[in-house]
Design a protein around this ligand. Sequence first.
Ligand code: CAP
Ligand code: MG
Ligand code: MG
Length: 489
Amino acid sequence: MQEQYLHLGNKEVFNGQYMLCAFKAKAHGDESLESLATEIAAESSTGSNLRVGSATTYSVSVDAQVYDIDKENGIVYIAYPWVIFDRGGNVQNIMTFISGNIFGMGNVAECKLLDVWFPPPMLVQYDGPSYILDDMRNYLNAYDRPILGTIIKPKIGLTSMEYAELCYDFWSGGGDFVKNDEPQADQQFAPYEKMVDAVRMAMDKAESLTGQTKVHSFNVSASDFESMIARAEYVKKVMKPGSFAFLVDGITSGWTAVQTIRRHYPDVFLHFHRAGHGAFTRVENPIGYSVQVLTKMARLAGASGIHTGTAGVGKMSGDPHEDGGAVRQALKLKSKGDFFDQLWAEIPEQDSDIQAMLTREELFWALGAREQANLRTQNKLTMDGNDDKTAWRAIKKTAPIISGGLNPVLLPQFLDVIGTIDFIVTMGGGVHSHPKGTNAGVKAMVQAYEAWKANIPLDEYAKDKEELKIAIEFYNEHGTQAHRYVNPA
Ligand code: CAP
Ligand code: MG
Ligand code: MG
């Protein structure tokens, strides 16, 4: 027990000078929750396992404070004076405090960061997203639907030309967005520059065929920052502005890689792929942090989009509560978390423009996904609260990227669960496995969306749509064999 960190009931922690965290915690053996909470607060701020004589009056003033304990649910609330964080909006530094040594402490049986709250004066220190989903919508002229995308499969092993041919098949069938898969780099059989050149040719060809603009997300993750920048620069040289996004494997290459790309390329959509996050976020994992926390940190760091999971509809673990919460944390100006309500605006209550945005946002979300889509058909980007007049005073939104085991037949189910059309959906296996090939797969995806939007049952809509009809037969048989996660509790 380190009593110095115990400040139960201290109301000062709500004064805007503290970042608040809610941890689910449990000690090995019979150490009390109170004692463990103080050990966590110490190790994640100023302290160690022993009280040190070298502490100063100032160093004590920036201790983390255990300000509440919910014994029944095993939740401890800890407040961090945000002056302890590296200046210059560094998310990597925050994570080193609150998801650092504490996860390795010997007395910890459970330590899961479930929610985090940033006070408005802290938010202004961070970049937030720059180029956002609305910018991509403008480029694609696509307002009343999710951005329809794919990941080329096989995941790896195609030559640059084979890869680009599949991009062409997807785009020419009506798809918007193709992304490199997360391990795509500069492999021997598909040299990076050749891949980029081939994608540009495929895109030109698909655009002149369809008369529509297209987007490709290029993985720029690499061994070192110079190589990342070199890849990004090459893409920028070859591709048209607006037609490319930069994908960063944000967990394996780290927050610094994410923020480096955010700061070098504010005019480019920054795609945060979270491969590896399951090691921290899975619901059954007692140590780590939640998907909602990961998503909020990515928004703070400035990701234009991050994967948020398929809410139990696809192949990866995840459920409507966790993934739906992440979607709202990513998109909304004011979002309810499990423990805190986050306002992403820099100027709080007194600002009438922000208040008006909040009202519009509530009205828009209350409509539900299908109504939102229909409203967007008439009014493009109005109404969702993120208008240009006031958006500069808030941290902009991050686009949820929905991926993992999805196929055309599952898309309507997902839309019904999630309650918004503001996301990018990517289907890899679920498009390239279509019995008639990629081009038919993407057509089935477009048709499935049209059916949902018109509120017509898939089977009925498919009567005169060959691609969708085949997709329904095929995926009803094969598409639901995913290893669905079942919460053991
Ligand atoms: C999806 C995917 C994504 C996962 C990652 C894959 O492909 O490209 O990496 O979605 O999970 O390789 O599995 P499929 P998440 O469409 O073929 O499943 O989005 O949950 O982070
Ligand atoms: Mg240390
Ligand atoms: Mg992938």
